[in-house]
Design a protein around this ligand. Structure first.
Ligand SMILES: Nc1ncnc2c1ncn2[C@@H]1O[C@H](COP(=O)(O)OP(=O)(O)O)[C@@H](O)[C@H]1O
Ligand SMILES: [Mg+2]
Length: 260
């Protein structure tokens, strides 16, 4: 059974897509079978994986509309993992499925068909809480929340945890926060350190030890359609995302062990 994880935060620009792409690539480097699902009509995770969003024969839109089986819509990226891509067509799906029975569970049911082929399925979410994002949160076991350590990050926190609680109660009892990730981290900045401390208090063990530094290479890599590890593998950003993948694997091993 795959671990299915959404990368979500209602705030835009906090590093969701950067994390989705680079975590997927790093897990693949660590020999895991990975599928990256792009649930944002901007298609940034698709492009960042080296796939032209406008040339997709099939995308996640076709899967949500029930037009093709999920296997057909999955493409193989040249960067070690597979991608269920998205483009602007996804923006029209919301209306098309709004009246449908089981509209919140379309992605969940599709992923059930293929999850045995993967160790990890990473779902990149858009910042809005649309029916598309609800489909993502209803389909996963855990949410990874990237957070920029700035003052306003804390403001959105209550909203975010409330949203997750609501979806857990209404749609997905298994849903939990798997981890909170500090992104664009600048250790020299006093505010970063203060916010970081508050996050530690609020989330405890859920806060990853690994932090993602602000690193210009991470911002440049998508323009080349490459995860950072294939763009500049010795950069701080590449090392950080590899460390995150390793930390995640270690935590899931500990968890499995304690259940046995
Ligand atoms: N650690 C980082 N260092 C430098 N730039 C980053 C970092 N993480 C993300 N970025 C840049 O910040 C912007 C927003 O990141 P993105 O991952 O697209 O956020 P989101 O998906 O949450 O909107 C992008 O231009 C991205 O390249
Ligand atoms: Mg994004």
């Amino acid at each position: 059974m795959a671990q299915i994880i959404a990368i979500a935060n209602q705030k835009g620009g906090v590093g969701k897509t950067t994390t989705a792409v680079n975590l997927a690539a790093s897990l693949a480097v660590l020999k895991k079978r990975v599928l990256l699902v792009d649930m944002d009509s901007q298609g940034n995770a698709t492009m960042g994986s080296g796939i032209q969003k406008n040339d997709l024969l099939y995308s996640v839109t076709d899967v949500l509309l029930g037009e093709v089986p999920i296997e057909t819509a999955i493409t193989k990226a040249e960067v070690g993992y597979k991608v269920l891509g998205a483009n602007r067509d996804l923006a029209g799906v919301e209306l098309a499925i709004a009246e449908q029975d089981g509209r919140e569970y379309i992605l969940r049911e599709a992923l059930q068909e293929i999850e045995s082929s993967f160790d990890y399925i990473i779902v990149d979410c858009a910042p809005s809480l649309s029916l598309i994002t609800v489909n993502a949160l209803a389909a996963v076991q855990g949410v990874l929340i990237p957070m920029q350590c700035e003052y306003y990050a804390l403001e959105g926190l209550a909203d975010l945890t409330q949203t997750i609680d609501r979806i857990q109660q209404a749609l997905n009892p298994d849903l939990e926060i798997v981890g909170v990730l500090r992104t664009m981290y600048d250790a020299r900045n006093a505010l970063t350190r203060d916010v970081s401390e508050e996050l530690e208090q609020y989330f405890g063990k859920k806060l990853y030890d690994t932090v993602i530094p602000r690193n210009v290479r991470l911002a440049e890599a998508p323009a080349h359609g490459l995860p950072i590890i294939y763009f500049e593998k010795s950069s701080k950003g590449a090392v950080a995302y590899l460390n995150l993948a390793a930390e995640m694997l270690k935590k899931s091993k500990v968890k499995k062990g304690s259940n046995a």
